[in-house]
Design a protein around this ligand. Sequence first.
Ligand SMILES: O=C(O)CCC(=O)C(=O)O
Ligand SMILES: [Fe+2]
Length: 356
Amino acid sequence: MGEVDPAFIQAVEHRPKLAIIEAEGIPLIDLSVLSSHESSYPSSTEPLVAEIGEACKNWGFFQVINHGVPLEKREKLELASREFFAQSTEEKSKVKRDEVNVQGYYDTERTKNVRDWKEVFDLTVKDPTVIPASHEPDDKELRKLVNRWPEYPSELREAFEEYAKAMEKLSYKLLELISLSLGLPEDRLGGFFDDHTSFIRLNHYPPCPIPHLALGVGRHKDGGALTILAQDDVGGLEVKRKIDREWIHVKPTPNAYIINVGDIIQVWSNERYESVEHRVMVNSTKERFSMPFFFNPDHNVMVEPLKELTTAQNPAKYKAYNWGKFMANRKRSNFKKLDVENIQIYHFRIKLDESS
Ligand SMILES: O=C(O)CCC(=O)C(=O)O
Ligand SMILES: [Fe+2]
C-alpha cells in the first residue's frame, strides 16, 4: 500500500501510543472449579462468583483459563481463518456481505466513522438467524440471516460449527456466574437466549505502515450481552481502565479467553456492571488474528434494568429497548457511511429529573 487512504487516520486525541506501558492488567480467573460439577453451583464456587463480580465491577473485562474449551477446536478455526484471509481479494469477495444479507466478508468497516485497519468474516451461530428486516420501529417484517460458506478452505464450516458450540456452552456458564454475582438465581438470564442472535467474527489485521495514526478497531463498546474473545500471540487489544481512564494493553495469555460485559449487561444490572471501551492497535511488521464470539439475546427481547436490581432509591436508569431493532440499526450504520450517529444505549438512558 503506497498512499494511505485518509479515511484510516484517527483524530489526534484518539491515536495510539506505540510504547506499551506495562501496568496491572485485567484479572485472570481460573474456571477449573466448574469442571468438577455439571449443573448446580455448590458452595465451592462462591469464591469464583465473587471474583467474577469484582472483575465485572472494576474492569468490565477479565481473562479465563481452565475454561473447558478444547484447544484443538480453537486451533482448527484459527487455521481455517488464516487460510481464508490468505486468499486474493477477488476470492474473498465471493462471500462478501451485502445490504440484504449482512453476514460474510468485508474490509471497509468503520468505527465512529474512521476506517478500521482490518478485514472480517462474520458468521451467525444459529443458521439461519432471525432479526428484524429494518430498524424502523413500526416495520414488523423479519429477515433471515444465512451464512455464506467459502469454497476454500473447505474445513472452515465444520471448524466453525464445532467452535461455536463450545462458545455457546462457555457463554451459558459465564451468564450463570454473572447472574449469581448479581445476587440472582443462576438461571435468571438464560431464558433471553433461547433463539439467540450471536455471531462470531473472524478478524484479520494486516501489517500497517502507519500504526501511530490508524487503529485496527477504533474505540468502542460491544453492544450485546457478553463477548468471548480469542486473540493470537501478537497483542494489540487495549482496554480503558475504569480507575484512571488509561488505555491498558491486554497481554496475550496462551489458550485464555478474554471476556467482557457488553451494553446489555450494563442495562440489565442497572449499571452495577459497565460495558467498557476498548480498541485494537496495529503494528508495522506483524499481522494479527482474533475471533470474538458475540453472545446476543433473541431479537424480540426488550432490554431493561432487571426489576430485582432496582429500588425506589436506585430506580431504573434505562427505558426498555428492543434488541432486534437496536441490532438492525447498528448493522445498517455499519454498512454505509451515514451522517447520523450510531445508536447507543445512552439514547435510552433516563435523565434523573425524568425519573424522580
Ligand atoms: O480483535 C480484538 O482483539 C477485539 C475486536 C473487538 O473488540 C470487536 O470486534 O468488537
Ligand atoms: Fe469489541
